[in-house]
Design a protein around this ligand. Structure first.
Ligand code: APR
Ligand code: ZN
Ligand code: ZN
Length: 374
């Protein structure tokens, strides 16, 4: 079938993206669904900071590629052998989909899956198929999702059923922002009632960590950002305090609010100075949960003797250390019960023609989550 999609041909184009146009809006060909595949009509796709990192070229991709790694939609057709889904099902699309049989999947850690990592870097679905092309030339899949398109062919493992009562433009945020932010709190940190946390970086991912910390019963939730315009929403979603990341006495202020430091600091920007703050404002014996992704190969510095003598833990958490089929139904229920008002993260919606401009808005921190309505 023919469909409209946002295709990236080149990484590392200059800002402003509204001028350089990393995404070209084009008519492309979509084949399938083949055996074991599912055709989804995309009804919402979130624009995430990781999309900015891809556009900037921090992590290389097989090009050209249809962008988008979080989304939601409606199943329109299932390939031979697909029994988990049927036409009309509402689904969340997620980039975490383990092969089910490697060491890591067997250990219930699909974010570390070996098989899927390989197919991802080649721009293929996990069954090694490619269903996208244009004028007979290959176009590649992005993280098995490619949701910046009217339709997507995916594997069942990349889809989680959602209650049709959850609006699809809200459901779109669950596949990355919610899984990552909430999972860093529930799965990686396992915050307990009365513990104290700080979240550095109050974007789409960080604010989900804030909501999860509130559900976990954290007594202090300190939101930290360089952009103070993020503070009002952060307080509404659960922050008990907000601090400017640029305050010279940031660490002292955070320590004063928490009687010597937080049990968990969530670093959700990927920036080196934010990592330094996260380590410094963590109490002895506390943990720094590293969620933000910088460029591969970047080196960070810390005071090793303090880490040892204060028994601090640095812990990476990819995609909320999630198991999507276990976690997403829980988070969708939290939303439906009003405990996790993910809809408040939606800054607005956009059409294809506004996608490049919205990269600039996200880059400048003027929006939290913009949702593409293809
Ligand atoms: N200190 C504190 N806050 C910062 C800093 C800093 N040095 N640099 C940026 N920020 C803030 C921004 O002002 C913004 O509010 O971090 C927030 C980042 O939010 P988004 O751009 O919406 O990013 P998000 O989609 O939440 O992703 C955050 O997680 O998945 C990873 O790759 C992703 O590294 C990214 C991070
Ligand atoms: Zn993302
Ligand atoms: Zn695996």
């Amino acid at each position: 079938m023919k469909m409209t999609a946002a295709v990236m041909y080149e990484q590392g184009l200059p800002t402003p993206y509204a001028n350089s146009g990393p995404f070209r809006i084009e008519e492309v060909d979509l084949e399938g669904p083949g055996e074991g595949e599912v055709l989804v009509e995309v009804r919402g796709a979130g624009l995430c900071h990781s999309d900015l990192s891809q556009v900037a070229g921090l992590r290389k991709r097989t090009l050209p590629v249809v962008g988008g790694h979080e989304g939601a939609g409606i199943v329109r057709e299932v390939g031979k052998g697909v029994t988990q889904f049927k036409e009309g099902d509402h689904v969340v699309m997620t980039l975490v989909a383990g092969c089910g049989c490697c060491n890591f999947c067997v250990e219930q850690r699909p974010v570390l899956c070996n098989g899927v990592t390989a197919s991802r870097s080649q721009g293929l679905l996990a069954n090694s198929a490619r269903r996208l092309s244009r004028n007979g030339q290959p176009i590649y899949h992005y993280s098995g999702v490619s949701s910046f398109a009217q339709y997507a062919v995916t594997l069942p493992g990349s889809l989680i059923k959602a209650d049709p009562r959850v609006p699809l433009d809200v459901a779109a945020m669950f596949g990355c922002a919610v899984l990552t932010g909430a999972g860093s709190v529930f799965n990686a940190a396992q915050v307990r009632p009365g513990q104290r946390v700080a979240v550095i970086g109050l974007g789409g991912v960080g604010l989900n960590a804030v909501m999860a910390a509130r559900i976990s019963g954290a007594s202090e939730i300190i939101g930290i950002d360089i952009n103070e315009s993020k503070f009002a929403l952060a307080k509404e979603l659960g922050c008990t305090h907000t601090l400017s990341a640029t305050a010279p006495d940031l660490v002292e202020q955070a320590r004063a609010l928490t009687n010597g430091g937080v049990d968990f600091a969530f670093e959700v920007t990927g920036h080196k100075n934010a990592m330094q703050s996260a380590i410094a404002l963590t109490r002895k014996g506390g943990q720094v949960i590293c969620v933000g992704l910088g460029a591969f190969g970047d080196m960070y510095q810390y005071d090793h003797a303090s880490l040892v003598s204060e028994e601090k833990v640095l812990r990476g958490s990819l995609m909320g250390s999630c198991i999507p089929e276990r976690d997403l139904p829980r988070y969708l229920k939290f939303f439906q019960d009003g405990k996790m008002p993910v809809d408040k993260l939606k800054s607005g919606t956009m059409g294809f023609d506004e996608l490049n401009h919205n990269l600039d808005l996200l880059d400048r921190g003027e929006v939290v989550r913009q949702i593409l309505l293809p």
